[in-house]
Ligand binder design. Structure first.
Ligand SMILES: Nc1ncnc2c1ncn2[C@@H]1O[C@H](COP(=O)(O)OP(=O)(O)O)[C@@H](O)[C@H]1O
Ligand SMILES: [Mg+2]
Length: 349
């Protein structure tokens, strides 16, 4: 979303979607029950942030709504999305957290799978690394656990996390000697009771990322507005093509790959022109929504919150809200699954 434009939906708070009927799972809440409202919260001075840091670590997790399995009968297979760029720092984790949280606030049941051994997805959504032992490493390893053994609730109602730990890196090394190693995650994600699963990938095109590609029906590649973040795009598209030829998903076609431009700063005119020119061949594969560089996004990460809960009036919140709407419109076009009229009719600017 470009500066000066209003977000497409109003942001009235509705934190509790536990009481929704199963039918409503594919029909997100109407305008007035969407993403948390603008509050009086404003950006805090740095020293106050540090004061709050201690509180964050002693805070207990808010009580959570119903288990995901309870309403699963009403839904089809989850729509699985990989967030991939082999470069670090392009906005993968930020996009995973904020797009997932936006969809959860719209009433969907969403699982984030952290496939990066750094475990940033969990940290970013306030899951204490000391609160779990088993993680994606155990799911991907030979003595594997099932996803339901490791999935944790988050403070956002309707949003769950399959966390990662650093030893996922060792497990990944061992995967190279396994047969069907690219399909391990695909098997693990079978029959899970969510509407959407977002896989936050590590910054490489290694075996973990190939597993994510194989498992997913849609790919989002966040590209930071800088020369180097585009350089790997050709390699990435090649990997997508290669995995596509192996993968079973009917949906897995090239046109369900989307680039997301992130950290856009309109003051950087020369860089912006360069990147937009480079991206021109892929313009039909690029989200119209552009994520502006916005300090609230950084600060929300420090507070281990989605940006909607840190500063709902920020451009970061508005941009990720619009991305959720554009994503849902595309999801509807690809799958035919109904979404709310307010979402379908919202302009993408
Ligand atoms: N739109 C944005 N505006 C400002 N900072 C951002 C934005 N998106 C991401 N960041 C910051 O950039 C850094 C890298 O983002 P991250 O999502 O962790 O990247 P990746 O997962 O691709 O390595 C983080 O510190 C994050 O807070
Ligand atoms: Mg990351």
């Amino acid at each position: 979303m470009l500066p000066g434009k209003d977000p497409p939906l109003t942001r009235q708070a509705s934190r509790d979607n536990a009481a929704r009927s199963p039918e409503s799972l594919h029909s997100p809440a109407p305008r007035d029950a969407a993403i948390p409202s603008a509050s009086t919260k404003s950006l805090r001075p740095r020293e106050k942030l540090w004061d709050r840091w201690d509180k964050l670590h002693s805070r207990s997790r808010p009580p959570h709504s119903a288990e995901p399995g309870e309403q699963s009968a009403a839904r089809g297979a989850p729509f699985i999305v990989s967030i991939i760029n082999q470069k670090g720092g392009t906005g993968k984790t930020t996009t995973t957290i904020n797009l997932s949280a936006a969809l959860a606030y719209l009433g969907y049941r969403v699982l984030m799978v952290d496939l990066d051994p750094q475990g940033h997805t969990g940290i970013g959504i306030g899951v204490d690394p000391d609160s779990f032992i088993e993680s994606m490493a155990e799911v991907m390893s030979i003595h594997r656990k099932s996803m339901s053994d490791i999935i944790l609730p988050t403070y956002v109602s309707g949003l769950w996390l399959a966390p990662a730990r650093i030893h996922l890196a060792h497990v990944a090394e061992q995967l190279y000697s396994r047969v069907f190693r690219e399909a391990i995650l695909h098997q693990a994600l079978q029959s899970l009771p969510y509407d959407f699963i977002f896989i936050d990938c590590p910054p490489s095109l290694g075996v973990l990322t190939i597993n994510a590609l194989y498992a997913s029906g849609f790919i989002i590649t966040p590209c930071q507005m800088s020369r180097y973040s585009l350089e790997g795009l050709a390699d990435l598209l090649l990997s997508v093509e290669m995995v596509k030829s192996l993968a079973p998903q009917e949906l897995f076609k090239r046109n369900i790959f989307r680039i997301l431009l992130t950290m856009f700063d309109k003051r950087n005119k020369v860089t912006n022109e360069y990147v937009l020119e480079e991206i021109r061949p892929y313009r039909d594969l690029t989200f119209k929504t552009i994520i502006l560089r916005n300090e609230a996004i950084n600060q929300a990460q420090i507070e281990q919150r989605a940006v909607f809960d840190f500063d709902p009036a920020s451009t970061g919140a508005a941009d990720y809200q619009q991305l959720a709407v554009e994503f849902l419109q595309l999801y509807h076009r690809l799958t035919g699954v109904p979404v709310a009229d307010t979402v379908l009719q919202a302009p993408i600017v």
